[in-house]
Structures are given as structure tokens and as C-alpha cells.
Design a protein around this ligand. Structure first.
Ligand SMILES: NC(=O)c1ccc[n+]([C@@H]2O[C@H](COP(=O)([O-])OP(=O)(O)OC[C@H]3O[C@@H](n4cnc5c(N)ncnc54)[C@H](O)[C@@H]3O)[C@@H](O)[C@H]2O)c1
Length: 272
């Protein structure tokens, strides 16, 4: 069993849900955030650490085998927010991993890294990076940085391009983008226990309406146990406010603030 895992963003919507499953994979789970936390299981300790402060991050990751990085700002914002919360936190974390010889980092990326692919196309993990927002750019930065730290320093990583994680899909768009928290926990388990280089997967459940798909990779045999299809009838009948009809896979993130001809971003795609 792995000795020590550090979980960042442990007080957040997703991090909170990952604490229990992660505690079962290691002898010691260190759950950390800028908000105060209390331990929920015996082998968990908590730490209040601002990942924007390099010396504190270096202290936090000492002795860790793996890091699960879920801290950050989870939606579009001005650069003044994104730079600190998503880019500086990540550079500090990978740099501390190098100094402290951490073996592996599993981290939350986002489908907004490829949000400017048209909804009419189905993309795989090798699709061109086409960020739809500053938020998406910060996630793409982290993916590229993670590859650099693997190739140069052998810090392995798995980035999860999460769609929308919640207990249930509640609108039409989520029938494509949804991931159940248990499937997300399983992806993280694979990232920690299986053979990883500098990989990236789409964080989705087994949804037939998905606009992207994961490779059949024997190193990372992800088999989602949940499907948004099981809720499609209820979601479509509920007449929840429609969240469909977007030109781009990033939906509102791609649409917001868009200047000029809406087909421009799609035309630049190498996938027509
Ligand atoms: N919720 C989703 O469906 C979804 C979808 C795609 C990607 N993601 C990504 O997953 C991760 C978690 O998302 P979430 O919905 O739980 O977000 P969240 O905002 O609920 O949680 C993020 C946590 O990070 C912490 N944090 C922010 N800045 C920090 C800093 N400087 N130092 C330490 N901690 C800091 C916050 O206090 C918060 O508790 C994010 O990286 C997000 O971009 C989430």
C-alpha cells in the first residue's frame, strides 16, 4: 500500500468526495485546502496551506508518494484570478514534487481544454488543444507542464479532463459531459496504482451522447460503472432549462464573449 497521498482542494466540491476513497489507497492521507478542514477518517490528517506560497507547498509534499491535485478556481475568470489559483498553484506543486521526489501527480484538468471543437465532431484524446476560455488555457498549461516534468524529471502524471461531476445529470448537456463521483474516484485510483507516464483521459462516465472518448489503453483500463443514459428519459421529460444547441463542445464557455463569425474557431480545427 502507498504510504502517503496529499490531496489538494480537499474542501472543494469534488475534493470532499474523494477523501474517503483516497484514504483506502494509502497509509496516510493528507487533505489540504485554504479553508479549514477536520479529519473524517483515522488515517487522514489535515493541513491549511495556500498553494500560492512555494515554501509552504514544499513543506506540504515532503515524504509524499503521490499528489492528487484538485485545488484551483473551477470556472472562467479574469487572469488576475486564474494566474494565481490555477497556474501558480500548479507550478509550485510540480516544483515541490521535483524537490521532494514525489513519484506521481493525478490532477483535475477540464473539457474546456478542447472546448472549441464543434459539438458535431467526436474527439479522442489526441484532438488538437482548442481552449475556449482563460480557464481552459490554465488547464492546458498544466497538461503541458505535467508532460515537461515527466520527460525531464520523471514525475508521472494523469490529467483528467473532467466534464461535469455530480450525483446526477440534471440537464441535456450533462447527458454528454457527466461523470459520477464513483467513476471519478476510480479514474484517480488508476492514476495512482496503474502504469502512468504523462497521460490525459476524459473524465466522463459511460455516456452514449459523449462528444469525446478515451483510448483503449491497457495501461489505464478505465471501465466506468455509471451512464448518463440511465437518466436521459427523466432529464428530457423534466423540461429542465435547456442547455443544448451549442456550436462548440465547451458550450457557454465557448460562447461567452465570442467576437464575430461563430464558425471561425471551428474552421481552424484540424478536425472538420
Ligand atoms: N466540478 C466539476 O464538475 C469540475 C469539472 C471540470 C473540472 N473541475 C476541476 O476540478 C477541480 C475541483 O473542482 P471543484 O468543483 O471541486 O471546485 P471547488 O472550487 O469546489 O474546489 C476547489 C478548492 O480549491 C481550493 N483552493 C483554491 N485556491 C487555493 C490555493 N491557493 N491553495 C489551496 N487551495 C486552494 C478552494 O478553497 C476550494 O476548496 C478544479 O481544478 C476544477 O477546475 C471540476
Amino acid at each position: 500500500m502507498i504510504e502517503k497521498i496529499v490531496l489538494t482542494g480537499a474542501g472543494g466540491k469534488l475534493g470532499r468526495r474523494m477523501r474517503l476513497p483516497l484514504s483506502k489507497l494509502c497509509q496516510q492521507l493528507v487533505s489540504t485546502d485554504i479553508v479549514p478542514l477536520a479529519p473524517i477518517v483515522e488515517n487522514e490528517t489535515v493541513a491549511m496551506v495556500d498553494l500560492q506560497v512555494p515554501s509552504d507547498v514544499n513543506e506540504l509534499t515532503k515524504g509524499a508518494d503521490s499528489i492528487v491535485h484538485f485545488a484551483g478556481y473551477p470556472r472562467e475568470a479574469e487572469w488576475s484570478t486564474i494566474l494565481g489559483a490555477n497556474i501558480l498553484t500548479s507550478t509550485n506543486l510540480w516544483e515541490s514534487a521535483r524537490l521532494n521526489k514525489v513519484r506521481r501527480i493525478v490532477y483535475a484538468s477540464s473539457n474546456h481544454v478542447v472546448g472549441f471543437h464543434p459539438t458535431a465532431s467526436h474527439i479522442d484524446i489526441h484532438a488538437e488543444i482548442k481552449c475556449d476560455s482563460r480557464y481552459g488555457v490554465s488547464k492546458a498549461f498544466t497538461e503541458i507542464m505535467a508532460r515537461f516534468y515527466y520527460e525531464k524529471y520523471n514525475i508521472q502524471s494523469l490529467g483528467l479532463r473532467i466534464g461535469r461531476c455530480d450525483d446526477l445529470p440534471v440537464d441535456e448537456r450533462m447527458l454528454a459531459t457527466w461523470i459520477h463521483p464513483a467513476d471519478l474516484a476510480e479514474m484517480i485510483r488508476l492514476g495512482i496504482q496503474d502504469q502512468v507516464e504523462a497521460d490525459v483521459l476524459y473524465g466522463i462516465s459511460n455516456n452514449s451522447r459523449a462528444m469525446c472518448s478515451n483510448p483503449d489503453n491497457p495501461r489505464l483500463p478505465y471501465k466506468p460503472q455509471h451512464s448518463a443514459d440511465d437518466y436521459a428519459h427523466d432529464v428530457l421529460a423534466s423540461k429542465a432549462p435547456s442547455d443544448t444547441g451549442w456550436l462548440f463542445q465547451g458550450g457557454p464557455y465557448a460562447d461567452d464573449d465570442y467576437v464575430g463569425d461563430r464558425s471561425r474557431a471551428g474552421r481552424l480545427s484540424s478536425i472538420s
